[in-house]
Design a protein around this ligand. Structure first.
Ligand code: NZQ
Ligand code: ZN
Length: 391
């Protein structure tokens, strides 16, 4: 913790249309980019909820092509299929309607027509992204923050890799955030999404130094999720709870909760991406089960103050003279919170019953993320120990 504000550049060029029926403003925004649209969506939730019909009605003056069936943990095969449609139909823009997976997949689809090789090359080396179609999004699940950031996470099942790529060209042009579209999200996805939002904050909050302004933003997002996730979990139709979660999701991952502070190494995400790559588990569930384990593993004289203040400011626990006791109480409170919304506690709870991939996953996580620069630097051997403890 420090009072300093470290240098930063911050530019989030996404226009956000938030609230009930905000989607009505979408056609006018899209009309600025042309007529031919690729509509991308997932496994069918948007058809069940009626959102698909609403979108098609709004796009009546556009020429619409479709890519459906984008998977949770979106596959590079879907990106390839979308990229091909964009080329063949000379598409002007992409409209992604769905959760983070649909949005992430669409981001690389937007890049693909301007690259002559396989789009997987763009995922593993963002310097090959040179131009992108404009992306419009309609979010249906509060979780990843993809609606308001430049990240995309794509899975390649052939190589067992799940890799995140960031590029300024991948910010959505306009994102529609209407909490109404999230009323149908299942309890499981509501809980997982909430854990994901919190984890994005942890990755930026558990760092060497954070400036007071940004620290306060982080704490506010965490407190909001702790208040509203259980309400949305108990009653999916609670609009206020859904609205707070949606705004929390957007702010948690777009950089605003990091600027001015030291940059984190995203330890929990590094390890979770390996779990999803090998076992196709739900991202937020993997994060929820790993977080308390990582916090306990990294609790030491350097981190204790930060973890104790987290307990005090976020969970309102008394700040005791014994900072270790306060920190441990905070970790327990977090664990109980996750359990209260049905999140898994161990790898076995999400069906991972073998330890044979731990070593290779640990090594790959350290290759993809700078874990040697983390709040508590980690080696592949230590990541293996964390996986053992999460088992
Ligand atoms: O496919 P459909 O039928 O739409 O169903 C989805 C899917 O089965 C369903 N769903 C979405 N909205 C719904 C709904 N069901 C009912 N009502 C609705 N309104 O929920 C299931 C999960 O959807 P998915 O998009 O996979 O979830 P999420 O938004 O959590 O996205 C997860 C992906 O995003 C990546 C994750 O790794 C994972 O691949 N991430 C992206 C980030 C980013 N772009 O910044 C950062 C994150 O840390 C994360 O890594
Ligand atoms: Zn995440």
């Amino acid at each position: 913790m420090h009072d300093n504000v470290v240098n930063f550049t911050y530019n989030t060029p996404t226009k956000v249309l938030f609230g009930k029926d905000a989607i009505a403003g979408l056609p006018a925004e899209m009309a600025k980019c042309g007529k031919r649209v690729l509509l991308v969506y997932g496994g069918g939730s948007i058809k069940k909820t009626g959102l698909y019909d609403r979108v098609m009605e709004l796009l009546k003056d556009f020429e619409v092509y479709e890519l459906s069936g984008v998977e949770p943990n979106p596959r590079i095969t879907s990106v390839r299929a979308g990229g091909q449609i964009c080329r063949e139909k000379n598409v002007d823009m992409v409209l992604a309607v769905g959760g983070g997976s649909v949005l992430d997949c669409s981001k690389i689809i937007c890049d693909a027509p301007f690259y002559d090789g396989d789009p997987w090359d763009l995922v593993i080396d963002s310097s090959r992204i040179t131009k992108a179609l404009p992306l419009f999004t309609v979010l249906t699940l509060a979780a990843t923050g993809s609606e308001y950031d430049s990240a995309a996470v794509i899975t390649n099942l052939e190589t067992n890799e799940k890799i995140g790529v960031l590029h300024p060209l991948n910010f959505p042009r306009v994102s529609v955030l209407d909490p109404t579209y999230t009323l149908t999200v299942s309890k499981k996805q509501t809980a997982a999404g909430s854990a994901d939002i919190m984890s994005h904050i942890f990755e930026q909050y558990f760092v060497d130094g954070s400036c007071m302004v940004t620290e306060g933003l982080c704490e506010s997002v965490l407190r909001s999720v702790i208040k509203f996730a259980p309400l949305a979990y108990a009653d999916g139709n609670n609009y206020t709870a859904r609205a707070n979660l949606m705004w929390a999701s957007s702010l948690a991952c777009n950089g605003i909760c990091q600027v001015g502070s030291d940059v984190g190494a995203w330890v929990c995400h590094a390890i979770e991406h390996e779990l999803s790559a090998y076992y196709d588990i739900t991202h937020g569930e993997g994060l929820a089960l790993l977080t308390p384990v990582i916090m306990r593993y990294t609790l030491n004289d350097k981190t204790v103050k930060r973890y104790a203040y987290f307990a005090h400011r976020v969970f309102d626990l008394p700040l005791q003279d014994d900072l270790y006791a306060t920190a441990k109480a905070g970790i327990e409170a977090l664990e109980q919170f996750f359990a209260s919304i049905g999140l898994p506690k161990t790898l076995r709870d999400v069906g991972i019953t073998q330890k044979d991939k731990f070593k290779v996953m640990a090594e790959h996580s350290c290759k993809c993320f700078p874990l040697h620069l983390a709040f508590v630097p980690l080696t592949p051997e230590q990541v293996c120990e964390i996986l053992e403890q999460a088992y």
